[in-house]
Design a protein around this ligand. Structure first.
Ligand code: NAD
Ligand code: TDX
Length: 352
């Protein structure tokens, strides 16, 4: 049984949800994070209050430091979430995505393999390297048909998704070539508390709250498949503990929505919670130049995860979105410093 887990990228959006969940379930959690612009110890405030939690600031590419940590902490499972995660930033500066998502993952695999090889036979059998990946590796679906399954061929469109595709391949290669017991999961778009406000949902919530313009790329017709972050974290624990070595699991909430409908829904929730005098927030919506290489539609068939892991989400998109808006309204302490000094909401990812 895995009880001692290293979570990389644990100060990020999904990683912090994973740390909170694992600590609450009694795991010993070591969080390793470089604290890039997207990493934030404030997101770990609750986890840090628990005795079973330990934070280390380090780069996944620092093989020696990671190996020492794996040995000293007697790690039994690695959940690898550290990454550059924003598609628009990958259009502006792709090199950082190769550095962390590809090279960093390979260096982390090296450390994991060196640690795993020194374990006794039984511990080797139970050890897992879990790579947390994205449905974007499968590329672009037509608007009117098709879903991603574990058998869908890789066809990434953006520098971000190309880097995640490459890291998936390296993780699988470490299983096939060296026997490292890996599991992979590819998830659809997450949303929820502690989401960095460069992504569509938190950016829209904060801009709409402040009565600022709401930029919708193209005509807002692109479709994403949304999953509440705590449902994803619960799925990840199951992949780690019940997933079969060498297997991939697709995770998603069967909740497709066009970007325009998501932005409109946020406007309507905020108009009910905090009306702006004399205006409806939908009037803030503006169509702006499209994202280059913008995938039209993502949609996950999560049947394998449901069947083999017994996982289903708790939140519908409507209930999760409403909870998320309420969280941003109640947690200015978390996002006001980010908006003031880290990222104020300017457009990213336009090709000149
Ligand atoms: P995020 O950008 O919020 O967090 C990433 C974290 O990784 C940050 O804390 C950052 O400081 C850390 N990090 C970055 N480079 C590092 C390095 N070299 N060494 C150590 N730490 C480093 O990302 P997120 O949205 O929480 O995504 C987490 C993972 O889940 C990523 O691998 C992403 O590809 C994947 N994923 C995300 C989504 C989504 O909708 N957000 C969906 C599917 C999969
Ligand atoms: O201002 C915006 N206006 C807009 O219309 C922004 C920031 C985005 N969009 C569109 C682009 C996408 O179609 O909204 C959709 C969602 O965009 P993002 O929030 O940037 O997410 P996406 O590109 O879909 O990628 C996310 O989900 C998959 C995460 O950032 C990835 O890390 C994850 O792998």
């Amino acid at each position: 049984m895995i009880r001692r887990v290293l979570v990389t990228g644990g100060a990020g959006f999904i990683g912090s949800a994973v740390c909170r969940l694992l600590v609450a379930r009694g795991y010993h959690v070591v969080c390793l994070d470089k604290l890039t612009y997207a990493g934030n110890r404030a997101s770990l405030r609750d986890a840090e209050a628990e005795p079973g939690f330990h934070f280390v600031r380090a780069d996944i590419a620092d093989t020696e430091t990671v190996l020492e940590l794996l040995r000293n902490e007697r790690i039994e499972g690695i959940m690898h979430l550290a990454a550059e995660s924003h598609v628009d930033r990958s259009i502006d500066s792709p090199a950082a995505f190769v550095e962390t998502n590809v090279v960093g993952t390979v260096r982390l695999l090296d450390a994991a393999l060196a640690h795993w090889r020194t374990l006794p036979a039984r511990a080797r059998e139970h050890f897992r390297f879990h790579h947390v990946s994205t449905d974007e590796v499968f590329g672009d679906l037509p608007f009117d048909s098709g879903v991603f399954t574990e058998a869908t061929p890789y066809a990434p469109s953006s520098p971000y998704s190309a880097s995640k595709a490459a890291s998936d391949h390296f993780v699988r290669a470490w299983h096939e070539t060296y026997g490292l017991p890996v599991v992979l999961s590819n998830c659809s778009n997450n949303y929820g508390p502690f989401h960095f406000p460069e992504k569509l949902i938190p950016l829209t919530i904060l801009n709409a709250l402040e009565g600022r313009p709401l930029p919708v790329y193209g005509r807002g017709e692109n479709v994403r498949d949304w999953l509440f972050v705590e449902d994803h974290a619960a799925a990840l624990e199951r992949v780690l503990t019940q997933g079969r070595p060498g297997e991939t699991y697709l995770i998603g909430g069967r909740a497709e929505a066009t970007n325009l409908s998501v932005v409109e829904a946020i406007c309507d929730i905020l108009d009910r919670r905090q009306p702006l005098p004399g205006m409806v927030r939908r009037s803030l919506i503006g169509f702006v130049a499209d994202r280059p290489g913008h995938d039209r539609r993502y949609a996950i068939d999560p049947a394998k995860a449901e069947r083999e892991l017994g996982w289903t989400p708790n939140e519908s998109f409507a209930s999760g979105l409403s909870k998320t808006v309420d969280w941003y309204l109640a947690n200015r302490w978390w996002w006001e410093p980010i908006r003031a000094s880290n990222y104020a909401g300017e457009r990213l990812g336009r090709v000149a």
